[in-house]
Structure formats: structure tokens, C-alpha cells
Design a protein around this ligand. Structure first.
Ligand code: ADP
Ligand code: MG
Length: 485
């Protein structure tokens, strides 16, 4: 799109994220909430809404929702009621969903994201608790629709932002941060492909200087963070083009097609349901006591933003390092353990971001499955630090060996591999003499002023010493010799 046209408009975005909670049982009964069971096996009488059955609230669901609220600096609602949201759909056995309409468990708060201009807080509207519906399956070549009720009654939280997001990049950063939070809190696996984290994007555009927001369009069915970004980009452009043509944007729900990056209308506002919300008389009000709240607060783990701040401000690591180290919880926790045993944070970060992460990636392991214990990695780092072995020997020879035999210890492996560095000048000098004798032309070049030829001599000496020469000592000796010849 022409920049001069794009610049006439401001985009306004609000996101609604559903996160499936990792509880053992469902939100209002004891059926298993496990993902991936055979269809219609986790379907007791309450899930199936048999007459006379009553819901009973799962306490862990409330705790998980409160944890998310605390992580987002929200106000926790102390007196909660649950509401029925009525609509008729084949995957909803009761004919209504039990949700929180008037008293969301968490109100306000924010999620901090990193943008090119620095940190920014995305304001939240609310987080509430509700139940998932079952799943209709439209199989290819089948005329009938099948329904699986396993998912009916699986607990969800819905995290709703204010219309506070301005670009698709910010939406991307926000979702990445939310996914990180639920994973650090261990309340949801954050998997968008499998649908345990789902996002609806509300998008509108307005002319620069306009006083009121434009009409919002809600886009559904994006199965990755990247696709949410694509859907927003497309939708902003589509709305601007329509507006420029003189057409009016009206509220509607659209679906995203990942194969071409376009959105298509699903239903317009007129077709929207009237949910007739009212308090569910089967569930008594839920009170969150001071004591319970304090207990939940005390059980909060370290959060990615706190670790990020610690790494940049206390450990003086770069923002990039801090970001990579906190991207996944298991890597951050491993790094934390390493940093309890050394003050050399930069070296620790290089090791974890370099050799450790590339091994994990290559073998698709998570850091909690990484075999080399933190204290052995620190031992290896120290061997490099005191010049017992060089970094390249440590990372290319000792590290892979330790990976196979993590209990041996770094020094023992270095000894067995016979790679302990020789800082003894007597051992290196004959090798240096030999190399200098072998390359008279290179020596001439050095004398003519091509000083960086030293690195070629270094390479030869290191090779012939089988990596055991201390690079600093070797470098000094080579330079000295070349000056003397
Ligand atoms: P609805 O009742 O239609 O679901 P809500 O007020 O609950 O609408 O808002 C749903 C989401 O849409 C929220 O994330 C909110 O921030 C966002 N939103 C509201 N108005 C706009 C707008 N004009 N443009 C973009 N997003 C909006
Ligand atoms: Mg809504």
C-alpha cells in the first residue's frame, strides 16, 4: 500500500486470548481434562449435562487464573459470581456456557513488551474464568458432523486487552509474552497449533486526528502467533482500502485463511447472538480470602520479565542475551543454576546461548533434559578461565565428550583427551622455530610490514601442538621470534 495513504490512518487492535488450563480435571466436575484422549471418553454425566447434575468448581482453576492476574499486575476480584451465557450449538451440551460476565476474577493490569522504541505496557481489560465447549468434527467425505465432548468443560481463562495495541508487531510481541507467562506459571502449555492457546484479534482503523475509534472487525482462526500478525496486517490494509473507496466498515466476524493470508466474512453484527447472561444459580458465589490470596502469591515462580531485568541490570548482559536466555523457562532455570556457581555471567551466557543451546536444538531436547549438570559446566568454564584449556578445545572437544559422560567432570575429560594447555615455553619454542624455518616467504612478508601474517603462524603452531599451546603465550613468542629473525 502507498505509504502516503497508510500514513493517513491509525490502527487500533485489541486481543482476546483463550488459554486452556493444565488442570487434571475439568472446571465443574471430575472428568479428566487431558488433551488427546480417544473421543468421548472423558464425558461423565455433568459434562453431558444430564438432568439433575450440578457443577462443582475446581479450586485449582481459580488459583491458576489468579496467578495469571498477579503476573499481569491485575486487581483480583474477591467476590465472584458465575454467569450463564446462553446459546445453542451442538458442541455445547447444556445449551449455555458457564463463564464470568459481571465479575471477572482479574481486572485491569498490563503485560510489558519490548518494542523497537523500548519497553511498553499493553493494558489489560480483564481476565475471566470459563469452560470450553466440545469439538465438532467435519470430516472430509462425510455428510454427518461428528462431535467429541472431551473438551466440553475443560477450564479456560480469557485474557482481554484494552484497544491498546497499535501495530501487528506489538500484537506479535504481546502474544509471545503471554505465551511465555503461562508457560513460566505452568498453567497452560501455550501451544497455538493444538489450540491450547487461541487468539481472536479485534481490529479497526481511524483517520489520524479522529476522535472516535472505527468499527471493529473480529478475526478468528489463526493457529500461530505469526498468523495473527499476518491477519492483522491484511485486515488493516483491507479496511483502509475499503474506507478510501468510500465504503463503510461494519462490525463483523471474519475468518483467516493461512494459505493466502486473507480474511473472509463469517457473520455480521445483526446475526450476533443475544446471550441473555444471568447468574448461574447452581454455583454459589466464590470468595477469595486474604489468606488464600497470600498463599497463591507466595507460590509464584520467577517471571521472565524479572529475570530479564536481573540479567540486564545486575548481570550487565545485553538485551539480546537477556531475551534469548529468558525465552524459554527451562533454559532460564538452567542459566540461573549456573549463575549460582559463578560470577562470570558473560561467559555463562556465552556457554548457555552457544554450545548448550545448539546441542538442545540439534537433539530437540529441553534444558531440563540437558545432561551436563550446571556445576560441571562451571568447572569447564573455569578451566578456560585459568588457561588450562582454550575455549575452542573446551567447546569442540571437551564439551561433546562431557555430553556423553556427564558425570566424569571437566578436568578428568580434558586429561583423558590430552588437551591440557602447555603454557611452558620450552615445549612451544621448538614448534615455533620449525614453523618459521618452513615458511621463509611469509617471514619476508612480515618484515615488509604485513603484521597480520602472525595469525597464519599461530594457526600452524596451534595445529602442531594439537591445540595444547596457550594461545596468548604462543602469540607473544611468535611475534618476538619474527622480530628477531
Ligand atoms: P465485544 O462485546 O464485541 O466482545 P468487547 O468490548 O468485549 O467487545 O471488546 C473485545 C475486544 O475488542 C477487546 O480486546 C477490546 O479491546 C477490543 N476493541 C474494542 N473496541 C475496539 C475497536 N474500536 N477497535 C479495535 N479493537 C477494539
Ligand atoms: Mg468479546
Amino acid at each position: 500500500m502507498d505509504k502516503s495513504i497508510r500514513d493517513k490512518y491509525i490502527a487500533v487492535i485489541g486481543l482476546e486470548v483463550h488459554a486452556q488450563l493444565l488442570t487434571k480435571s475439568k472446571i465443574y466436575n471430575s472428568d479428566s481434562a487431558e488433551y488427546g484422549s480417544l473421543p468421548n471418553t472423558n464425558v461423565g454425566v455433568v459434562t453431558l449435562a444430564h438432568p439433575g447434575t450440578l457443577p462443582r468448581l475446581n479450586k485449582t482453576v481459580v488459583e491458576y487464573a489468579i496467578k495469571m492476574g498477579l503476573a499481569c499486575h491485575s486487581t483480583i476480584t474477591r467476590f465472584n459470581i458465575f454467569d450463564r451465557k446462553n446459546y445453542f450449538y451442538p458442541d455445547l451440551p447444556k445449551g449455555y456456557q458457564i463463564t464470568q460476565d459481571r465479575t471477572p476474577i482479574c481486572v485491569g493490569g498490563y503485560v510489558t513488551i519490548n518494542t523497537k522504541e523500548g519497553e511498553r505496557n499493553i493494558e489489560l481489560h480483564r481476565i475471566h474464568i470459563e469452560e470450553d465447549a466440545g469439538k465438532s468434527m467435519h470430516l472430509a467425505l462425510e455428510t454427518d458432523t461428528l462431535v467429541d465432548f472431551n473438551r466440553a468443560g475443560v477450564p479456560l481463562i480469557e485474557i482481554v486487552t484494552q484497544p491498546d495495541i497499535k501495530t501487528s508487531d506489538e500484537a506479535y510481541a504481546y502474544l509471545t509474552e503471554v505465551r511465555k507467562l503461562v508457560r513460566y506459571l505452568d498453567i497452560c502449555d501455550g501451544n497455538m497449533e493444538e489450540g491450547s492457546l487461541r487468539c481472536d484479534a479485534n481490529i479497526s482503523v481511524m483517520r489520524v486526528g479522529a476522535k472516535e475509534f472505527g468499527k471493529k472487525v473480529e478475526v478468528k482462526n489463526m493457529n500461530s502467533i505469526r498468523n495473527v500478525q499476518r491477519a492483522i496486517d491484511h485486515e488493516i490494509e483491507r479496511q483502509i482500502i475499503e474506507t478510501e473507496k468510500g465504503n463503510v466498515i461494519f462490525s463483523e466476524t471474519r475468518t483467516f485463511d493461512a494459505s493466502n493470508g486473507l480474511t473472509y466474512s463469517m457473520r455480521t453484527k445483526e446475526e450476533l447472538n443475544d446471550y441473555r447472561y444471568f447468574p448461574d444459580p447452581d454455583l454459589s458465589p466464590l470468595k477469595v480470602s486474604e489468606e488464600w490470596l497470600a498463599k497463591i502469591k507466595a507460590s509464584m515462580p520467577q517471571l521472565p520479565r524479572d529475570l530479564y531485568n536481573k540479567y540486564t541490570k545486575e548481570f550487565h548482559l545485553s538485551e539480546y542475551d537477556a531475551q534469548v536466555l529468558t525465552d524459554s523457562k527451562d533454559v532460564a532455570l538452567y542459566f540461573e543454576e549456573v549463575c549460582k556457581l559463578t560470577k562470570n555471567y558473560k561467559a555463562a551466557s556465552n556457554w548457555v546461548m552457544g554450545p548448550v543451546k545448539s546441542y538442545l536444538n540439534e537433539l530437540t531436547l529441553s534444558a531440563d533434559e540437558f545432561p551436563i549438570p550446571p556445576h560441571v559446566l562451571v568447572e569447564l568454564m573455569n578451566l578456560v578461565d585459568d588457561n588450562t584449556i582454550s575455549f575452542s578445545i573446551a567447546s569442540q572437544r571437551v564439551f561433546p565428550e562431557l555430553f556423553k559422560n556427564p558425570n566424569k567432570g571437566a578436568l578428568q575429560v580434558a586429561q583423558q583427551l590430552n588437551v591440557i594447555q602447555d603454557s611452558n615455553q620450552d615445549a612451544i619454542l621448538p614448534i615455533i622455530d620449525e614453523v618459521i624455518k618452513e615458511f621463509p616467504l611469509k617471514v619476508e612478508e612480515y618484515k615488509k610490514g604485513k603484521k597480520n601474517i602472525v595469525s597464519m603462524f599461530m594457526g600452524e603452531v596451534m595445529k602442531r601442538s594439537k591445540g595444547k599451546a596457550d594461545p596468548k603465550v604462543a602469540n607473544a613468542l611468535i611475534t618476538k621470534k619474527l622480530e628477531e629473525v
